[in-house]
Write a protein that binds this ligand. Structure first.
Ligand code: GRG
Length: 300
């Protein structure tokens, strides 16, 4: 995809924002020594295992696009990362995807055992709402709206719905439309929520929120298509998680249904739609644009 966009130092943005998010998470989460130490060690093990921090980056970039303070968006950026990390811990459990590696390290249950891994996921999900509740109130978006936004993305109509539909589709032939249904919920919902929360922290206008919603939805779908492609084309070392797993468990993916080439074209088309959704920002959404391009071209 060749889109003309304003030059932007994305490596600098990602490095400074990852540092800020890591510092904030360190402050928000109970210390490793807090009793009972095992659960806090397990929570911290996965949250600081080296994830790409894309959801927090999108949240902060959206706040920037809406001319808000990134400091005000920081608790929300941390909250979405906690929910994301919880979902990965649970996804890796033997009862779900049964994975041994995540973020380049042994999975949570491999280190702490299944019981503690379930609880570490539960605790991170709960902690997310505690952190989100600390965000500064903005005139258009009181805390009730923020909490409902997070709960909606994480609940049984979105993230959990996607995971259930994904599990039920294993080993079955499903249509492209059914696969889109899964991707919208399993992946796009939380990415879209991250972007929307960034805008809400900046008291964005309804028109800006609409633009962010379309952007987040399409970037989220593109993210999962690329994730499916990388599962086929990259090694486990490159990904920091088991590659080739989708085909091994006969998971429904874009490469399996439409092939690699068409999957790439679909991801490009979705990213193009994400770019188009930023028109309302009239060039102020440079970080979001750079992130969308990065997510399309990423190799892990
Ligand atoms: C409630 C028991 C129970 C389980 C819930 C909701 C859920 C389990 C799992 C979510 C499904 C899931 C893992 C979706 C995939 C989303 C995705 C592509 C994750 C990888 O995101 P990256 O690449 O990961 O941003 P890093 O490690 O970089 O943060």
């Amino acid at each position: 995809m060749s889109v003309k966009r304003t030059p932007f130092d994305l490596p600098g943005f990602l490095s400074t924002r990852t540092d800020a998010v890591n510092r904030a998470l360190d402050k928000f989460l109970p210390s490793e020594k807090t009793r009972p130490a095992t659960i806090h060690k397990a929570m911290r093990y996965s949250i600081f295992a080296g994830g790409k921090r894309m959801r927090p980056a999108l949240c902060l970039a959206a706040a920037q696009a809406c001319q808000g303070s990134e400091k005000d968006a920081l608790p929300l950026a941390c909250a979405v990362e906690c929910i994301h990390t919880y979902s990965l811990i649970h996804d890796d459990l033997p009862a779900m995807d049964n994975d041994d590696f995540r973020r380049g390290k042994p999975t949570n249950h491999k280190v702490f055992g299944e019981g503690v891994a379930v609880l570490a996921g539960d605790a991170l999900l709960t902690q997310a709402f505690e952190i989100a509740a600390r965000c500064k109130k903005s005139p258009r978006y009181p805390h009730e709206k923020i909490i409902r936004e997070l709960a909606g993305a994480a609940g049984s109509l979105q993230l959990i719905a996607g995971q259930v539909a994904d599990l039920e589709a294993e080993g079955k032939e499903i249509s492209e439309a059914d696969l889109k249904f899964i991707h919208e919920r399993k992946t796009s919902a939380l990415l879209c929520c991250s972007v929307r929360l960034g805008g809400m922290s900046a008291n964005c206008t309804p028109a800006e929120l609409t633009g962010l919603t379309h952007f987040g939805y399409h970037v989220g779908l593109a993210f999962q298509v690329i994730d499916d492609i990388l599962d086929v084309t990259q090694t486990s070392e490159q990904l920091g998680k088991t590659a080739g797993k989708d085909a091994a468990v006969q998971k429904a993916t874009y490469p399996a249904i439409v092939g690699l080439e068409k999957s790439r074209r679909i991801a490009e088309r979705l990213t193009g739609k994400a770019f188009a959704a930023l028109k309302t920002f009239q060039g102020r959404a440079v970080a979001l644009e750079a992130l969308a391009e990065f997510l399309l071209k990423r190799d892990r």
